[in-house]
Design a protein around this ligand. Structure first.
Ligand code: PHE
Ligand code: FE
Length: 275
């Protein structure tokens, strides 16, 4: 095989994608001929269910860009999305067999390339899947890449990731990704809306994150985000809220090195006190 498969967190299951297809940068062509009629049908049903929920819950930027994914009745071809996406913001999507390691991931983002898993979940996983598949990656992440401010933010995140890797701080930066790009909320004039891909691609969490009285909703505070651990297998207990993508861009612009240091010290103290 060209590259090793990747697993994040503890898991009994081997990663699902076929990493022998990947090149050294972990990308691979979208294997379009491999999709079955059942796969296209899964896409169509996921899309229909989710599109019916976005009004009043997803942010306007997302809703306006969603048609740019193309017709909803079959899995989109990446190169067709790219014709529109590249014109809009200079971003491109590239196929990957599944999760990829930090450095190749950040490198792609820093070059305005967003990795999209090309396989789709099985019908028995219709409601819940742990690993990202093509539905999560395309439906959840790609519409916002049509927005110039968000698109620039994603590139800065990629560059910041390479820097965090050098500082041994990827774990803290990953929490920022989690609470913004995956699970972020935005306050529009007409109310609270979701912009995080993990929310936008989940029918249960889209309603919960925006409407439930249960979770905490805090204004975005970078250091607090970096101190907040997350769970990958339940709805979030805490969401962070921005007023605009410009706010997200500006709050993430300062040098994170001192923040990483403070968070690291705090975690070390906590660990020492627990021992
Ligand atoms: N400003 C961050 C740093 O100095 C980099 C970054 C930018 C990270 C945007 C995330 C998003 O490390
Ligand atoms: Fe994601």
């Amino acid at each position: 095989m060209a590259v090793d498969p990747v697993v994040y967190g503890a898991s009994e299951r081997p990663p699902r994608g076929d990493y022998s297809r990947a090149q050294t940068d972990y990308t691979c062509p979208q294997h379009y001929a491999a999709y079955t009629d059942a796969d296209h049908d899964t896409w169509r049903r996921l899309y229909e269910r989710q599109a019916a929920l976005v009004a009043g819950r997803a942010c306007d930027v997302f809703i306006r860009a969603l048609p740019s994914l193309g017709p909803s009745h079959h899995i989109p071809r990446f190169e067709q999305i790219n014709e529109r996406l590249y014109k809009a913001t200079g971003w491109e999507i590239v196929g990957v067999p599944g999760l990829i390691p930090e450095v190749p991931f950040f490198t792609l983002l820093a070059n305005r390339k967003f990795p999209v898993t090309d396989w789709i979940r099985k019908p028995e996983e219709f409601d819940y899947i742990v690993e990202p598949d093509v539905f999560h990656d395309l439906f959840g992440h790609v519409p916002l890449l049509f927005n110039p401010v968000f698109a620039d933010h994603m590139q800065e995140y990629g560059k910041g990731g390479l820097k965090a890797h050098g500082l041994g701080a990827c774990e803290f930066l990953a929490r920022l990704y989690w609470y913004t790009i995956e699970f972020g909320l935005i306050r529009q004039e007409d109310g609270l809306r979701a912009f995080g891909a993990g929310i936008l691609s989940s029918p249960g969490e889209l309603r919960y994150a925006v409407e439930s009285p249960e979770p905490r909703r805090l204004p975005l505070d970078i250091e607090r985000v970096m101190r907040t651990r997350y769970k990958i297998d339940t709805f979030q207990q805490t969401y962070f809220v921005v007023d605009s993508f410009q706010e997200l861009f500006e709050k993430t612009a300062p040098d994170f090195a001192p923040t990483y240091e403070r968070v690291r010290e705090m975690e070390e103290e906590l660990a020492a006190n627990a021992a």
